[in-house]
Design a protein around this ligand. Structure first.
Ligand SMILES: [Ca+2]
Length: 259
């Protein structure tokens, strides 16, 4: 067999054994591909995204804004949809990372008069999960909203420091505790077959059994909602996923953010 008939190295796994012959003694030695790679300094390619982003992308989000933007009015959506997301107002870019696992990551500071709109408008999902990291000392302000000027709900916002998830038809819930403590928190609000739930830092905090969501066409907003109004503080990694994430996935995502 000719050398070029053997599989290319890229088709081998790291655990495959290669047979090498020493040049001087002609002795044969077997070596794992991973050992050979390490010896000659070839690292296995990794994702260009950090641990947390890789977890979010596993759930195939409808939109996912890392808020690592350098400047300008465009917030880059790294979901497969690559939606047009626009800062409406001014923000401070390149703020501290909310992700322990990814110190190079950046967040954005919202000034209490700025929001991001996700274009185009679309139909209401019947099941969804909204997640972001946030840090603020302000007791009131919107994190997510779904609004067309006439109809609005699916709002996630701080109300007197507590997190409220407002859905039309009574699926509205609010956390017993407050979170405007200048610490990073993960909030996840979801509606689906389990009902409406708010998870804070990977723990189910409040829920009810109402699965109703109002149906209309609208745009999603980050840092603003009809009820919560504008947010003042840091937001990082907001994502919108059109399914109710399992408890296992919710905890895995939070763990990836803090470890
Ligand atoms: Ca970020």
């Amino acid at each position: 067999m000719q050398f070029n008939q053997y599989p290319e190295l890229t088709t081998l796994s790291d655990s495959d054994l290669l047979l090498l012959q020493e040049a001087t003694t002609l002795a044969l030695r077997s070596v794992k591909l991973s050992t050979l790679k390490e010896f000659i300094g070839i690292s296995t390619p990794t994702s260009k995204y950090g641990k947390y982003a890789q977890e979010v992308l596993k759930d195939v989000p409808y939109a996912y804004l890392q808020l690592n933007d350098l400047s300008g009015s465009t917030a880059i959506d790294i979901s497969q949809n690559e939606y047009d997301c626009q800062y409406q107002g001014s923000v401070t870019y390149q703020q501290e990372s909310s992700l322990v696992s990814d110190p190079e990551n950046k967040s954005v500071k919202f000034d209490g008069n700025t929001r991001i709109v996700i274009n185009p408008a679309g139909a209401s999902p019947t099941s969804f999960s909204l997640e972001c990291r946030f840090k603020t000392t302000n007791a009131n302000g919107g994190l997510f909203g779904f609004d067309n000027g006439n109809s609005y709900d699916k709002d996630v916002y701080l109300e007197n420091g507590r997190i409220k998830f407002l859905n039309y038809n009574g699926a509205t819930i609010i956390t017993p505790n407050t979170y405007n403590d200048s610490q990073w928190h993960t909030v996840l609000a979801t509606v689906g077959s389990r009902g409406a739930e708010i998870w804070i830092d990977g723990e189910l905090t409040v829920s009810n059994s109402n699965t109703n969501t109002q149906q209309y066409n609208a745009n999603w907003y980050i840092g603003w909602g009809k009820y919560g109004n504008y947010f003042n503080g840091l937001i990082d990694e907001p994502s919108i996923t059109y399914k109710q994430l399992s408890a296992v996935r919710i905890k895995a995502r939070h763990l990836a953010a803090i470890s």
